[in-house]
Design a protein around this ligand. Sequence first.
Ligand SMILES: Nc1ncnc2c1ncn2[C@@H]1O[C@H](COP(=O)(O)OP(=O)(O)OP(=O)(O)O)[C@@H](O)[C@H]1O
Length: 627
Amino acid sequence: MSDLTQSHNEVIEASWKRCRSFGLNPKSAPAIIRLNKGDWEDAQGKSRDLIVTTQEQVLPYYENILVNSNSLVLLADSSGNLLSRWGRPGFINQMESHLFEQGTSWLERFNGTNAVGTALQTGESVVVGRDEHYLIANRYMTASAAPIFNSERELVGVLNISSDAYLPTSHVNGMVKVMTQSVENQLIMATYRQHYYTLVFNNSEDNHTSQWAGLLVFNDAGEIVAANRRADLLVGHVLKGLNIEMVTGITTLKLSAHPENQTLSFLGISNYRLFGTLKRPLTNMIRAPQSPLSSVKIKSEPKPTKIASGERQLSDLDLGDMKMQKAIKRAASVANSDIPLVIQGETGAGKEVFAKAVHASSDRADKKFVAVNCAAIPTELVESELFGYVKGAFTGANNKGSMGYIRQADGGTLLLDEIGDMPLHVQARLLRVLQEKAVTPLGSTESYPVDFRVISATHQPLREAVFKKQFRDDLYYRINGLTLFLPSLSERSDINALVIHLLDGLTVGDSPPISNEVLRLFEQHPWPGNIRQLVNTLRVALALSGGSMIHLHHLPDDFFLDLETPSEKPEATPHEQIEMTPSLVVSWRESLPELYSATEGNITRIAELSGVSRNTIYKRLRELGIK
Ligand SMILES: Nc1ncnc2c1ncn2[C@@H]1O[C@H](COP(=O)(O)OP(=O)(O)OP(=O)(O)O)[C@@H](O)[C@H]1O
């Protein structure tokens, strides 16, 4: 028996011992302990950043790797309460489905030995096989879980994959660890990237920007203020609080002046050669904290660097496409006025990002930007969510009352996303707010003055909704000072520049190069999910390429499925374009080995993708010695 197995067994044995001491009986059903509504809302509020960040990190894996498996990804908070879940619950024992509902506790004391509860208890990642569950009722599944620590190294949650035992354990365990490290890195970056230097490093030049790289953050005095667990492991010290000069053997001044795109190598205290890349703060540095309290202050600042929430200015969105340039130019000319804007574009085309850039380019930039997705709020709650309510205004209302999104946006910008889905009675009320510049919360007689700029976003022409009497015409004229049209991704001529820009935002260090074949396919792709789909594709490609050059075989399967699906648009399909362009045919010949591996040797698919006959493909493969 290896040490590893032994220590695993020890972990399980210790957990069973705890379960016995809790008085659990293996034959009993798990106790379903769920938070009440108020506590659940508090728990959710406390973990909001964690939930959002995890969702961003988990979804690409789920959508592209786990989607065909019977598995569930679970996120629990540090008290063991289930916060979110993604995936297919088909494998869950019907009797147990309540256990997988949000707000339910997965602590060992209620649910026996289980990956979430045991990882929380030990602070370590753990795999719990079917029969290792303490309660017999749980022995139909296997699970892997890993704890998540925030930038202060406080345990903030646990990420878990449960499945029907047909997924290879080592694979799932590895995936959970990669996801957790990605979440932890994002939490560190969201807190510090704006004002601090970040150094991403590893023990070889090839892998220093991979998902598994060490990440540390230091201030302009050289003090390390945060580091991920991998960084500590690589250097062999707890890095927080140490000086970067001691760790790298390079002066802070020299380090901070190092070019961002050049690998640096250092020995420092680890005595192993390490390789890294440095990123300078995005904005002017906050001076080194003088007291422990000052770092708390920094933490409480808005966390702006996640890809979905950057402080991009309108000019940052100009990557060369003419339709985008037109929208940007028009928006910039009215950015400082309060002219209400309607942004129209397909889903995922970047309407929210555009609206944020308008806000960031306006003189309201230092005030709040509040986005409300009208389609995502249940109809009966839209009114209370927007206008707020006073304590006890309706059954189920939060007992503290709520300010509502409109008052939250006071002084700043309010984005009403998918405004076409707003119920008619709410439209009437919104119109009143816009006319009177004051809001009256539900259940209140008092009204509060508000001053905000309104931007609306929609994927369908609002005019049509007006004709169909689904949208009030008086509100339409009130919110529609100027309509801006965002092109869909497949129409854009600047896809290459956008890919580079997105990769830069998705990677901690230098972004990896991307093969010409991939870039060419990106230009051919119909991109029904627009930039959102491109971001997800790049995330998977980054994870699968491990930080080295992105090739076709790093792209997710559904990317190719979309390519095969004939486009509904009247323009030429990707196939036709390929066949009409001799230079592309040549490039397809050159990229045959990659295509062969990306399609797992499916000759019919390669023939379809390349527009060349199956016989020609066979011939070329034989020439290359592949078949
Ligand atoms: N210029 C950009 N730079 C970087 N990321 C972008 C850009 N535009 C869009 N994205 C990313 O693409 C995704 C979709 O963008 P966004 O939410 O703004 O689209 P949307 O049109 O509002 O979508 P929906 O209609 O579904 O609400 C987000 O992850 C966003 O961060």
